[in-house]
Design a protein around this ligand. Structure first.
Ligand code: P6P
Length: 342
């Protein structure tokens, strides 16, 4: 459910106003978010220009100056790193684009926060002008400050310990969806003034939706209970609540954002060739799950709450069921082999 706002509030003002809700807030988190939203504005500019790269001579290989042109997700990764490495808010970073931890350069101060991010999720869709996104997750470090550099222990924390989570939709407009544990707010970017303005406040996901979102091309690899669930959604019901409509963009941020606003369920299940599914726990499932839970929804691996999973590796994957509370609970019941009377 959308709570459209009329007041003009920038994300910086909103974060500062909410700071008092977080005990011991020193303004450091606000400055972290200021730097992150700068990176997001730069990525938004590059994403919007992507269709012109060939025209501008920024082809996949070399630009007009003969310089090596990186892929857009590498550019986005570098943009976030360069915006965040010197502010003194972070002790370590981790990215979908980097195999190992990303240390803070020795010449810069370290801070008490940890940042994980997927700089440009679904970037293969950029070539066909489909919505893609950036996802981020923020924790407090758990190792002592005097250690300086953050460690793997600071990164591999359960999702329920996140202090903030957000995603950016580079779609018909650039929207930042964000929570610090006090509900979910949506900010829409106005490129004419270079500001993210609050557009939807304390978003709530419907208790049940009419859309299901999964790649049915994988159905031959699903277990029977999952197949029964999807068939159930497609089967007309006397109360006209079914059949659901199928929606699958193939870009997690697009599928998640529609699910958040309209309701329903987005799934990337385990299957016979991907026993842990495809989506990553630390910088995809955890931040998206914090947001959907804050909006009143549910997110599990089909059995366990995503935010309670104990991570063992930066890039580990997890089966993923997320969306309206009643829809995810119903999917879990089918996966347990509990089917309603036909
Ligand atoms: P499939 C994009 O490549 C991505 O990582 C997610 O954004 C998206 O949800 C998923 O993969 C789509 O995967 O196997 O359905 O093409």
């Amino acid at each position: 459910m959308r709570m459209r706002v009329s007041k003009v509030v920038t994300i910086e003002r909103h974060i500062a106003e909410e700071e008092h809700l977080h005990g011991g807030a020193t303004g450091e988190f606000s400055r972290l978010m200021r730097d992150l939203t700068l990176a997001i504005r730069l990525i938004s500019r590059d994403v919007r220009r992507a269709g012109l790269n060939d025209i501008l001579g920024l082809t996949e290989n070399q630009n007009v100056h003969g310089e090596q042109v990186k892929k857009l997700d590498q550019i986005a990764n570098d943009t976030i790193f360069r915006a965040m490495d010197h502010g003194g808010h972070l002790c370590v970073m981790a990215s979908e684009e980097s195999e190992d931890l990303i240390p803070i350069p020795q010449e810069y101060p370290r801070g008490k926060y940890v940042l994980l991010f997927d700089p440009l999720d679904g970037s293969s869709n950029i070539d066909v002008n489909v919505t893609i996104g950036t996802i981020f997750s923020v924790y407090r470090r758990v190792t002592p400050d005097y250690l300086g550099d953050g460690t793997l222990e600071d990164v591999l924390q359960q999702g329920l310990r996140q202090v903030a989570a957000g995603y950016v939709c580079y779609g018909s407009s650039t929207q930042l969806v964000y929570t610090t544990g006090n509900g979910v707010d949506v900010f829409t970017y106005d490129p004419t003034i270079g500001e993210f303005l609050l557009s939807d406040e304390k978003v709530q996901i419907p208790a049940r939706g009419k859309y299901y979102s999964v790649n049915e091309g994988n159905s031959s690899k699903w277990n029977d209970n999952l197949k029964r669930y999807i068939e159930h959604l497609k089967t007309p019901s006397p109360d006209n609540k079914r059949p659901y409509s199928a929606r699958y963009v193939g870009s997690a941020i697009a599928d998640l954002h529609r699910t958040l606003i309209y309701g329903g369920i987005f799934m990337y299940p385990a299957d016979s060739s991907s026993p842990k599914g495809k989506l990553r726990l630390m910088y995809e499932a955890n931040p998206l799950s914090m947001i959907v839970e804050q909006a009143g929804g549910r997110a599990t691996d089909g059995v366990r709450r995503i935010l309670e999973l104990k991570p063992t590796a930066i890039h580990e994957r997890t089966p993923f069921y997320i969306g309206s509370r009643e829809d995810v609970l119903e999917a879990e019941a089918f996966l347990r082999g509990e089917f309603p009377a036909a």
